[in-house]
Ligand binder design. Structure first.
Ligand code: UD1
Length: 430
């Protein structure tokens, strides 16, 4: 199993190219199941989760060709992937595949809309909470589907003639359930109005791609999305939006280590709340042509309290990284997690580096320390693992992060990107 070795203490200076967003690429890839034409996605990141989904889609009958890998001067490359699903070969998504990644459960929407039926294993994913699927079930039931749980699978069946548009308001905001409703309702008969929809940029990206495929969607990016069903969708070409979580992660890394880094190929407006928090912590962040410039001052980090919330609030996917930053703040800060009940597994690992954190329910109290010391630590989930990397970059001495496969699910060429900016980071393959 690979490990990552970090020798901390160096400031970061240079350019970090930001990849396409994992959380946009996954639903966009799944949307290819909705059409028999070719859907072409540009800027698809090379990540374990993406490769896993390629396998799952292949299983459903999607013909996939990957090309267009290009090296740019700033070290970035982008992949273009063509997806063609002439016919759905299999409407079952088996446990062996779905258990590896929660988002693969989302195939239930397109399968049901296009074939009138689906049998999909209940999902796996990061162990950051119970993560039920009740909202998916209720939403699809509102469109007329019969949903039944049987031996770890959900059997879904559309009414004769297909799904039927309906008005449905989610009792709680869910990114995944909003994606699924968007895809399912695009091919339903009549109009669907989704209330309390997720407003994440990735939802807007999916809606834009579906619109390019011929769907009739308005209101994406607001809490109410209206979808007028169409009988079929066509192919399209779409560019995956930049990864705001990767952007925020590197911005926090620079705020912590100090230095001057341009994050290229990203957009500051995707993460206003997080940028505001990073600025309050003392880093200078500005929009520059084609990206964002971050100037960090390392030792003069100010304490900032944050609360995670659905977009446009502070993203839960940046909570662990921000806590990492706060471990070296000059004072006490509080981090409150409201989205996932078990997303504090990084706390005890950060403590191994010398952080002083106490947990009280959903709130962590972080007393900043003047120095962190490198130590062996274990990655516990995707975002938690990268918080250990950025803390390791700011720690004195060597930090060895094990269980790196968590990182590989969501961060493309992390060690290369950091090394190019002066960090000492290497992957050790045993
Ligand atoms: C997506 C993101 C993930 C991010 C999360 C919240 C992807 C691939 N993953 O995950 O990185 O952390 O949004 O921004 O895009 N819930 C229910 N019932 C359901 C569905 C969800 O109670 O049927 C709850 C969850 O347990 C959680 C909350 O709703 O407490 C939000 O989860 P959701 O927005 O659905 O997260 P994901 O779409 O899985």
């Amino acid at each position: 199993m690979d490990r990552i070795r970090i020798v901390g203490g160096n400031a970061l200076n240079g350019i970090i190219p930001i990849s396409g967003a994992k959380n946009a690429a996954l639903p966009l890839m799944i949307a290819s199941l909705l059409t028999s034409d070719t859907l072409t996605l540009e800027n698809v990141p090379h990540l374990a989760d993406v490769e896993n989904l390629l396998r799952i889609l292949g299983n459903h009958g999607v013909d996939i060709s990957v090309n267009g890998r290009r090296e740019h001067q700033d070290g970035s490359y982008s992949r273009t992937v063509h997806f063609t699903c002439r016919t759905i070969a299999d409407t079952t998504a088996p446990y062996e595949l779905v258990s590896k990644m929660r988002a693969s459960f989302w195939v239930i929407g397109p399968l049901l809309a296009r074939c009138g039926q689906a049998r999909v294993s209940l999902p796996g994913g990061c162990a950051i909470g119970t993560r039920p699927v009740d909202l998916f079930i209720e939403g699809l039931q509102a469109l007329g589907a019969e949903m039944e749980i049987d031996s770890g699978y959900i059997n879904a069946k559309a009414p004769e003639g297909g799904l039927i548009g309906a008005r449905y308001t989610f009792p709680k905001v869910s990114v995944g359930a909003t994606h699924v409703m968007l895809m399912a309702a695009s091919l339903a008969r009549g109009t669907t109005v989704i209330g309390n929809a997720a407003r994440e940029p990735e939802v807007v990206d999916l809606a834009n791609c579906l619109i390019a495929m011929g769907a009739k969607i308005s209101g994406a990016g607001t809490s109410t999305i209206t979808i007028e069903g169409v009988t079929s969708l066509s192919g399209a070409r779409h560019r995956v939006l930049p990864d705001r979580i990767e952007t925020g992660t590197y911005a926090m890394a620079v705020a912590m280590t100090g230095g001057d880094v341009t994050l290229s190929g990203t957009d500051i407006s995707l993460l206003d709340t997080a940028i505001e928090a990073i600025r309050r912590a003392g880093a200078e962040v500005s929009a520059v042509e084609g990206g964002i410039r971050v100037i960090g001052h390392g030792d003069q980090i100010r304490p900032v309290d944050i609360v995670t919330e659905p977009y446009p609030g502070f993203p839960t996917d940046l909570q662990a990284q921000f806590m990492g930053l706060m471990t070296r703040a000059q004072g006490v800060s509080h981090v409150t997690e409201t989205i996932f009940e078990n997303r504090f597994m990084h706390v005890q690992e950060l403590a191994r580096l010398g952080a002083k954190i106490t947990l009280n329910g959903q709130t962590a109290r972080i007393e900043g320390v003047s120095r962190l010391r490198g130590a062996p630590v274990m990655a516990t989930d995707l975002r938690a693992s990268v918080s250990l990397v950025i803390a390791g970059l700011a720690a004195e001495g060597e930090t060895m992060v094990s269980r790196v496969y968590h990182l590989d699910r969501g961060f493309e060429r992390l060690e290369e990107k950091l090394t190019r900016c002066g960090a000492i980071v290497e992957r050790i393959s045993d």
